[in-house]
Each structure stands twice: as C-alpha cells, then as structure tokens.
Design a protein. Structure first.
Length: 456
C-alpha cells in the first residue's frame, strides 16, 4: 500500500506540474483566437461568444460562414498544445481525422481540426443544452431528481454511443458528466479523444491532473486502460444521474482514489429498479474483465425492454411531427438501434466480405497492431519479471547485510524469522522501481497492452 501512495503522490505532483504548464500555455494560446473577434478564423468561422474554459483550453461558440442555412452554429475548441514537434502534429491531425469519421446521434459531431498559430483547433457540433454536469447541478439546487424513465433513456443513449465507439476500437478515456452534452434533451458524448490527442506519453499524469471521480481502479493503478475502463466511468455517470452525487465521493483526491480502489461498490436507492442497480454494480466490478461490455448491457432483458419501449415512443413522436430537428435525431437513433440489432446477427458471416479493400487493409493493420501490442505486452511482462527478480535478489542481499550487521549489535532474530513485509530501510527501491517504469515508458503508450503494476 505504501508504494501505491508513493505512486499516486509522485504522479499527482507530475500532474499538477503539467496542469500548471498547460495553464501557462493557455494564457498565451487563448490570445490567438479571441484577439481577433472580427476576423475569420480558418477563412470561415466567426467568433460569437466564449462558452467556457476547460482543462485543455478555451471553448467558443462560432458561426460557420460556409455551413448550410440553419447549421451555422458550431463550437471551436482551442487547445493549448504548446510546441508540438512536427511528428506530434501529424499524429494529432491523423487522430483528428479518425474522430471526424465518427457519425452517431449520441456522439458530438467532430467537424474539422486545424492548427492556427501554434494552437490546435477543433470544430464540433454545438449542444445548446450545455453539459450534463450543469444539468445535474441545476436539478440538485432546485431539489429535483430525474424521473426513472429519463435516467434509463439517457443511459441507453450513452450505451449506444459507447458501443458505437468501442466497436471501432476507439476509447473515450475521459467519460464524465462534464463531457456529456445535451441537445434537444438527447445526450451526446463529447470531448471525444481530445484527451487522447493530448496525453501522448504522459497518460497517467495528465489524467490525474483532471478529476479522479470517474476513473477506474486499473486506470488509477496504471494497470492499463481498455473499453472496460470506459464502462466503469459510464456506471459512475449512471449513479450520478440517479443520485445527483458522485458514486465515489470524498473530501480529498486521495480519499476518492482509495474509495475507488479499495471501497465497497455503491448501490442505487431502493426507489430505482433492482435490475438497473444490478447492471450498475456489475459495471463497477473492480476486475475489468468481469464488467459487461456496452453491447452486452444493451442485450440484457431489462434494457432491451426499455429500448423497445423507447423505439415505440420515438416513432410515435416522429409520426406526430416529422419536421422538428430533435425528432429527426430520435428517428436516427431508432435507425441506429435497428441497424445495430440487425447487424448483430449478420456480422459473423458477412462482415469481412462486405468490406471494401481499404477497410480490409485497415482491419489487417488493426490485427497487426494487436499482434504488436501483444508482443510488447509480453516483453513488458518479461522485463517486469526480470526487474522484480533483480529487485528481490538485491533485497535479499541487502537484507542479509543488514541483518548480519544487526546481529552483531543487537542480537536480532535470524532473517528467516522475520515477516516478509518487514521494511528494508536502506534499500533504494526508488531507483529499482523507476527502471521498471522506464522499461514500460520506453515501450511507448499502447492501449491494448496492460502492464503489470510497477509499484504494487
Ligand atoms: P472540460 O475540460 O471541463 O471538459 P471543456 O473545455 O470541454 O471543459 O468545455 C468548457 C465549457 O464549454 C464547458 O462549460 C462546456 O459545457 C462548454 N462546451 C464544450 N463543448 C461544448 C459543445 N459542443 N456545446 C456546448 N457547450 C460546450
Ligand atoms: Mg470537456
């Protein structure tokens, strides 16, 4: 446990330092866009108002002069990336291109990205209802709660969005109520991959600069991040929609972290259906592999029944008035759901056959990347074992030296009689441990490679 604290503390410090650097860059960065409110940004966007500042930069409402009538309002996110080297800029642009391919009614549309005077700018869909965190605070202050039907409806929308991205092997990595937006009372997952674009190799530190409330135990312990870590965060959002409080709350960063890593699993109040509570608890299993995936949850009888009910309701509304935008979106969701269910049965047989040569090539690349990640994981595990062995040898050697000295002075018990957890004061664990971390850091940042804890 001691080493866990040590890991958290040093990472915290690093996180705080990074945050500070980001803030310093932001001050400089935000001047670029806001200093020229009258002029066109990227030859098409006009600044309308500042919506707020987040952990990575400033967000503005803009009008797109090249958009179709009625679709002009968009959001410009100016991200302070500082001095990205050309390679990193290319990487960020490639990732942005990938994100622009995501097209789902429950995901904030990513329109474009460009570099404007040292700033990485992202243009996304505008959600007039602001974020879910604001909505939750508003309800809390008014002493209101969301009706159960509203919660399940929103939860299903989020599941559909998460499933859509996981199917495409994209992780969100920062799911929280502040990154979920409301548009015509539909939830949309936003800030997609923005953290991913920025974290680079200092993943853990950057994440710790944000809020720990939605982070999974494995992410906090630096044991790798995968789709199931997003599922954990989604459960925290579900809890928050029901209770208007964080699932894991505490007075300090560390107390929240301890609750996540070691605390018991929270439950929903008895006023919520047993089934919903059981789903949430399964999503909060400390072991990622035991958590259900988004598609598994969507297929559970309780959720499936709500989904059918929702589809009927959406189609009723759509029949009443087909012109309203929100209903168009609702229709889109029904379509997405129907397509999804249909696809499930067809997938196994025809997926590869249906692919264009380009998609097949991408699949082969993904498979190759998987293989490489597997190899790297194996390598990291071997290195870890090797270092661990060396550390134990060192510890044994040092321990014998220590006890030999102590025997002379105090007539202390023999080494074998001491409990295994006895502290070894003079052994410089820090340097041994950093060599494990260095090994892993040298291997780079790979989603699929779950590394063993370097300090636990
Ligand atoms: P954070 O780092 O807290 O996630 P962001 O930089 O994402 O903050 O957002 C800053 C502010 O801009 C927030 O108040 C958020 O609600 C608002 N905002 C961000 N994206 C959008 C959007 N697509 N539509 C409407 N408001 C947005
Ligand atoms: Mg955000």
């Amino acid at each position: 446990m001691f080493s866990f604290y040590k890991q958290i503390n040093s990472s915290l410090l690093l996180g705080a330092m990074l945050k500070f650097q980001e803030a310093a860059k932001c001050v400089r960065g935000s001047v670029t866009v806001s200093s020229c409110p009258e002029s066109l940004i990227a030859r098409r966007y006009v600044l309308l108002q500042k919506l707020g500042s987040g952990s990575f930069g400033t967000v503005y409402l803009v009008s797109d002069k090249k958009a179709k009538q009625g679709e002009e309002l968009k959001v410009l996110k100016e991200i302070c990336v500082g001095e990205l080297n050309p390679n990193e800029t290319v990487q960020a642009s490639l990732e942005a291109q990938l994100l622009s391919k995501l097209d789902h009614p429950t995901i904030v549309k990513f329109h474009a990205s460009f570099v404007e005077q040292d700033n990485f700018c992202i243009i996304t869909e505008y959600c007039e209802g602001r974020d879910l965190d604001c909505k939750i605070q508003e309800y809390k202050e008014a002493g209101k709660t969301f009706p159960e039907t509203q919660v399940t409806e929103w939860f299903i929308q989020l599941l559909l969005g998460v499933d859509y991205m996981h199917e495409r092997r994209i992780l969100h990595r920062d799911l929280k109520s502040k990154n979920i937006f409301l548009k015509n009372n539909l939830l949309k997952i936003g800030d997609f991959g923005v953290s991913r674009l920025l974290v680079g190799s200092c993943d853990l530190a950057t994440t710790l600069a944000g809020t720990p409330h939605y982070m999974s135990p494995e992410a906090l312990k630096h044991q790798g991040y995968d789709t199931k870590s997003d599922i954990w965060s989604l459960a925290c959002i579900l809890y928050e929609m029901c209770c208007l409080n964080h699932a894991f709350a505490g007075s300090s960063f560390l107390s929240v972290v301890l609750k996540i890593v070691e605390g018991s699993t929270p439950s929903l109040p008895a006023t919520y259906p047993r089934e919903l509570n059981a789903i949430m608890e399964s999503m909060l299993n400390k072991s990622p592999s035991l958590r259900p995936s988004a598609i598994e949850i969507l297929k559970l009888p309780y959720i499936d029944a709500q989904l059918q009910h929702l589809m009927c309701r959406y189609s009723e509304i759509t029949l009443e008035d087909k012109n309203l935008n929100c209903q168009k979106e609702a229709a889109y969701i029904i379509n997405a759901v129907q397509r999804k269910l249909h696809l499930q049965t067809l997938r196994a047989l025809s997926e590869v056959q249906k692919m264009t040569p380009r998609e097949r090539m991408r699949l082969r690349k993904v498979q190759a990347a998987d293989e490489e990640a597997g190899k790297l994981k194996k390598l990291a595990e071997e290195k870890y074992e090797e270092n661990n062995k060396r550390m134990q040898e060192l510890r044994r050697g040092n321990f014998q030296q220590l006890t030999a000295g102590a025997l002379h002075e105090f007539d202390a018990p023999a080494a074998e009689d001491l409990p295994a957890s006895q502290p070894i004061p003079s052994l410089d664990l820090g340097t041994r441990e950093s060599s494990v971390e260095d090994t892993i850091a040298d291997l780079g940042d790979h989603d699929t490679a779950t590394f063993k804890p370097s300090l636990m």
